[in-house]
Ligand binder design. Structure first.
Ligand SMILES: [Mn+2]
Length: 329
């Protein structure tokens, strides 16, 4: 079936009176996809609401929502009975329990197929982003996206392909290029610059002062933290130190030790290292260059007796040096 026929089928789901609820786990790709869908259904239905269930804290994502006027609402605040059509974008119903409270009319996604329970299903794992699929819909329908919508779609594509360094397909690149004609690039740049709040900056400055660089690995243990995102900011930043090829940044939140690992991708995978070094104490894993561990402090206490800030900091370094560390070089 051609994309044109497919879209026709999709549009047949709706009529002038339809009240559509789009449910997303809000990240840039999902937000942009939902905005594109709202544009596609403009004047074809009576209402389109975009609801997200996750807490949005990253300053760049908040900036995206503000500058592109995404118009998101929280899933908690909606009345299910006010809607009669339900669409899920950039996810599938079994990806989160929050999705499961609805029966879906349509699923449009790019993740590997895991659940296709809907009247209309367009799942294309061969695409790097859902924004690519939605840009194709717009293009096929000859809809010119607004400068804000095009900027949002660019951000969606850039995020999910990690600026085209993760496997991006020819289609992701082609649709991205199509968006140049329409997008306000100042929005794209401005959103990408919004990496941290002032509080994050203070956190980073403390981390810079207290960093430990051992065998080209940068460590920082923050003690009690309130925002795991700040560990990620530090981990990413420390990789910009010349000759540092690993960063291992940690903090304790709600009796869990959270460890963020980053590496330059030129050596042993971060995910495997996290599993080997920390898997015994909780959940640990990730990709080649990025990993995360969430460990039970009480299990670590059994092993090392005291879990003061200094003791935990020392323990993390030892675990990396003796397990994951060996094969890293
Ligand atoms: Mn996506």
């Amino acid at each position: 079936m051609s994309i044109r026929e497919k879209i026709k089928q999709f549009l047949n789901l709706f009529n002038k009176g339809s009240k559509v609820l789009v449910v997303i786990n809000a990240d840039p790709d999902a937000i942009a996809s939902a905005m594109a869908l709202r544009r596609i259904l403009w004047r074809k239905v009576s209402e389109v609401a975009i609801a997200h269930f996750n807490l949005i804290t990253r300053p760049d994502n908040l900036a995206m929502i503000e500058y592109t006027e995404s118009g998101l609402i929280s899933l908690d605040s909606i009345e299910k009975k006010n809607y009669d059509k339900f669409v899920i974008l950039d996810s599938q119903p079994d990806h989160s329990e929050h999705f499961s409270e609805f029966t879906y009319d349509a699923i449009i996604d790019h993740h590997p197929l895991s659940c296709d329970e809907a009247v209309y299903v367009d799942i294309r794992p061969e695409y790097g982003t859902c924004s690519t699929i939605m840009t194709e819909y717009l293009k096929t329908m000859k809809i010119k996206p607004s400068a804000k919508l095009a900027a949002a779609l660019m951000l969606g594509i850039k995020t999910d392909t990690a600026d085209f360094t993760r496997e991006a397909t020819f289609k992701d690149i082609r649709e991205f290029q199509h968006l140049y004609k329409f997008a306000d690039m100042n929005i794209v740049t401005k959103v990408e610059r919004a990496l941290m709040t002032e509080d994050d900056l203070d956190f980073l400055s403390n981390a810079i002062k207290k960093r430990k660089i051992i065998n080209n690995r940068a460590f920082f243990h923050a003690g009690i933290i309130h925002k795991p995102d700040e560990l990620v900011i530090v981990a990413d930043f420390f990789l910009s130190i010349a000759r540092v090829n690993w960063s291992i940044i940690s903090g304790v939140m709600e009796k869990k030790l959270i460890i963020i690992l980053r590496n330059d991708g030129l050596r042993k995978g971060a995910g495997n290292t996290a599993k080997e070094a920390f898997g015994k104490f909780g959940s640990a894993g990730g990709h080649k260059t990025m990993a995360r561990a969430e460990l039970e402090v009480k299990l670590i206490r059994k092993e090392i007796k005291t879990v003061s800030q200094k003791a935990l900091s020392h323990w993390i370094i030892c675990q990396i040096e003796k397990t994951g560390g060996k094969k890293i070089e």
